[in-house]
Design a protein around this ligand. Sequence first.
Ligand SMILES: Nc1ncnc2c1ncn2[C@@H]1O[C@H](COP(=O)(O)OP(=O)(O)O)[C@@H](O)[C@H]1O
Ligand SMILES: [Mg+2]
Length: 611
Amino acid sequence: MDKNLKKILVYAKPYKKFISLNVLSNILYSFFGMLSFLVLIPMLDILFNVRPGEIPPPPRWEGITKAKAYLEQWLSHYWAQYVQTHETAQVLISVIALVLAVIMLKNMFGYAAMVFATFLRNGILRDLRKDLYRKILSLPIGFFSERRKGDTFSRITADVNEVQNTTMIFLEMIVREPTTILFSVVAMWMLNAKLSLFIFMFVPVAGLIISAVGKKLKQSSLEVQQVNARFFSHVDETLSGIKIIKAFNAENLFIRKFDRIQDLMYRLTNRMANRQNLSGPLSETLGVAVIAGIIGYGGHLVLIEKSLSPSVFMTFIALAYNVLTPAKNIAKAGYAIRRGLASAERVFEIMEARDQIPEKPDAISKKTFDDKIELDHVYFKYELDEVLKDVTFTIPKGYTVALVGQSGSGKTTIAHLLMRFYDVTKGAIKIDGIDIRDIKKKDLRNLMAIVTQESILFNDTVRNNIALAKPDATMEEIIRAAKVANAHDFIMQLPQGYDTVIGDQGNKLSGGQKQRINIARAVLKNPPVMILDEATSALDTESERLVQEALDKLMENHTSLVIAHRLSTIKNADLIIVMEKGRVIETGTHRELMEKRGVYHKLVTLQSFDL
Ligand SMILES: Nc1ncnc2c1ncn2[C@@H]1O[C@H](COP(=O)(O)OP(=O)(O)O)[C@@H](O)[C@H]1O
Ligand SMILES: [Mg+2]
C-alpha cells in the first residue's frame, strides 16, 4: 500500500465508527440500486401488456445450488397469480409504488453514506490541520528560513484540502462503486449469462485504456503545486512589502515577476487540465461503444433467437449502464487519488520534518540563573560559510555585556544561539556550567527575554500582546509592566485603552510605541536574562529617548546582553565584546578599550557603530 495512504489512514482511525456506517450504508445503497432496476421488469411487462400464463408453485427447496431457479419460479408464480387476480390499473399502481419505494430506500442509504463520509472527511481535515499547526510551531527557526512562507501556507491550506477530498473519493472507490458494480453484475448474470459474458469482454479493455491516459498526471500536478507555492509567496511578499515597492518604484519589477509566474502557471495548468479533460469524452465514447455492442448482440437474442424478453433486455441495458458509470468513476478516481497522494506527501513532509534542535529525552529542568553564561569556543554556520569562529566570552550574573561590531559580524547570531534557535556547530554555550543543549528548551527560553529591532505584535488587544508570555497576568501586573516600559500613558490615550485591538502587526501604532509594548512584554515576563538586539536602532530620536529610558529600567537588576549602536549604552556596560567577521577581537571596559587604541577606539572615533 502507498505509504502516504497509510499515513492518512492513521488519521481516519478515530473515525472508524463512521467508516463502518458508511460502508454499511453504501452496501445497502448499492443493493437497493440494483433492486431498483430489477423492479423495472414487472413494470415494463405491464406496459408492454405481457401477461404471464399459469405458473406452478416451485417444487421443494433443493439446496443452495438450485436457489436461483427456485427463487425465480417462486417469484414468477406469485407474480402471475397477482396479475391474474387484479385489475391492470391496480397492478400498474402497485408496480409503480414498488419502484418508488425501492428508489427511496436507495437514496436514503445514499444520503446516510454521504453524511457519515462528511463526518470522516471533515474530522480528518481538522485533525491534520491541528497537528500540522502544532508541528509548524515546534519546528526550529532554521526550518523556515530554508523555505518560502507561501509554500508552507499552501501546504496547510490547499494540500490538506486535497487530502480531504481524496479520502472522500477513496471511500467511494473502495465501497460504493465496487459494490454497485458487483450487485449489477450479479443481477445481469442472473438475467442472462450469455449476454453478460459478452459485456465483460468489453469493459476491462475500456478500463485499461482510460487508466493508461492517467499515468502521467502526478508529475505535472506536482509542478503546478510548486508554481502555486511561488504564487502564494509572491503575493505574500508583495503585500508585506508594499510600502517599499512603491517607494522604490519597483512595481514593474514585481509585475514582471508575477506575470512570469502566472504565464508559467497558465501553461502548466492548461497542460494538466487538458489531460484531465480528455478522460470524460474518452470514457463516454468508449461507454457508448460498449452499449452499441450490447444492443447489437442483445437485439439478436431478442429478435432472432427469441431467448430474451424485451423488458428483461431493457433492464439489462440499464444495469449495464449502471456498471459503466461507477467504472468510469473508478478510472477518474485514479487521477484524483494520485493528486491527493502527492498532496499528502507534501503535508507529511512537514509533519515528519526532523526537529534539528531536538530536546534530549533526559533534558534538565532549570528554573534559575545563578552564576554565569559562557560561550566556549563557539563555531557556527547557517549554510556553508562560518559565521562565528572560536567565540569565547562570559556573561557573569548581574553584568551588562555589550556586543559591538560592524553589520554582519555575527551579533544577532549570538543572540539566536543563546535562545537556541540554532545549535552551535562546534564548541558549547553553557549556563551555570550546564550545556544549553542539556536543558529543556522551554526552561531555557523562560530564563531569557529578547527585544529586537523589529517589534513583533499580533492582531489582538494591547493587553493580550503584553501578556503573551504570561496569559494569566492580572491587570495590575500588566499596567505595572507598561509603566516600566513608558507605555502606559500612550496606551491610556488609545480609543479602548488596554483593550484596543492594534491591527495587523500593530500597524496602528508608531515604531516607538510598538517597541515599548515589546519592552512591556519583556518586563512582564521578567526573566533573569535580557537580550536587547538593537532595540532602539529603528527609532527616531524622540521615541528613542523614551524607549532607551524603558530599556535602562529593564536592564536594572538583570543580566543583560546588549547589542547596541548607542555609545551611551555601551559606555556604561560592564564588559564590551568587539566583534569582527565572526571573531571576538577585543574585550574590556570602555576605558580599557579606549586606552588600547585598537578597533574599538577606531569605531568610537569614527562613530561607525552598526547604524
Ligand atoms: N538565516 C540566515 N541564513 C544564512 N545566513 C545568515 C542568516 N542570518 C544571518 N546570516 C549571515 O550571518 C552573518 C552574521 O549575521 P548577523 O548575526 O545577523 O550579523 P549582525 O547582527 O552582527 O549584523 C551575515 O553574514 C549574514 O549574512
Ligand atoms: Mg543584527
